[in-house]
Write a protein that binds this ligand. Sequence first.
Ligand SMILES: Nc1ncnc2c1ncn2[C@@H]1O[C@H](COP(=O)(O)OP(=O)(O)OP(=O)(O)O)[C@@H](O)[C@H]1O
Ligand SMILES: [Mg+2]
Length: 263
Amino acid sequence: MTELLTVSGLSITARLAASDLRLLDEVSLEIRKGQILGVVGESGSGKTTLARSVVGLLERNVRVDAGAIELAGTRIVAPGVDRTHQVRGSEVGMVFQDASRSLNPLLKVRGHLAEVLRRHVRDIDKAEIERRSVEVLEQMRITDAARVLDSYPHQLSGGLRQRVAIGLAVVTRPALVIADECTTALDVTTQTKVVELFRSLVDELGIGLLFVTHDLMLASDLCDRIAVMSAGRVVEQGDAMTVLEQPQQDYTRRLLAAIPSWS
Ligand SMILES: Nc1ncnc2c1ncn2[C@@H]1O[C@H](COP(=O)(O)OP(=O)(O)OP(=O)(O)O)[C@@H](O)[C@H]1O
Ligand SMILES: [Mg+2]
């Protein structure tokens, strides 16, 4: 059993007043431990739908028609099956685009970490919460962990807030992390640092990472493999360099051609 995440033939439909809309169409992909899969594609291609389906955060009008999602060999999603609540936040961590919105403005960083740890780690005591909170901030390359623990979100820079959000996703020691456009709101320098942090976290902790981005350059810097999505389908996937240097599909070529510095 080498695959951590296996999505096979996943089809998802949204019910609308007038008709049904296919959001994902027979999507298949895998992620192994220690591997980063980039999911790229233009706006509306289904990247967020795919990311959210793994953690069961789809909207109420959306249902799984066919296919399955397995996490370490256990089926967590299939038509009529949803076991995502058993893994969400524990075995699968999540980081979304806007850290400022995912953090509670009234809660210090210490409170955020304590809340997540209490929810997911049985019988954890105060001393252990403190130890793991400091540990995870250090893993996030935050040098002044004591100050950050005692800060409210608004007292931190955007980059630090996003590091805290990533820390919240990994403090429960998940096997898989889902990141959806989590660097999009950051400036380029901060973006680069966050990308480096993800790479070292994946290498050190052996987690798998599903990294959603519309930014192909970023994906090429970070990812081992890339899946290209268009209109709810994966049109091309493979080793990152191969996909980017020898794209097989016109759609991928057009995405690449749209990047000014790509040659
Ligand atoms: N609950 C829903 N009901 C109806 N349509 C939906 C629903 N959720 C998503 N969609 C539609 O499905 C398509 C894919 O949306 P999705 O958010 O997955 O795209 P995306 O690739 O993440 O785009 P972006 O790059 O803009 O974030 C879009 O056309 C969107 O409007
Ligand atoms: Mg999206």
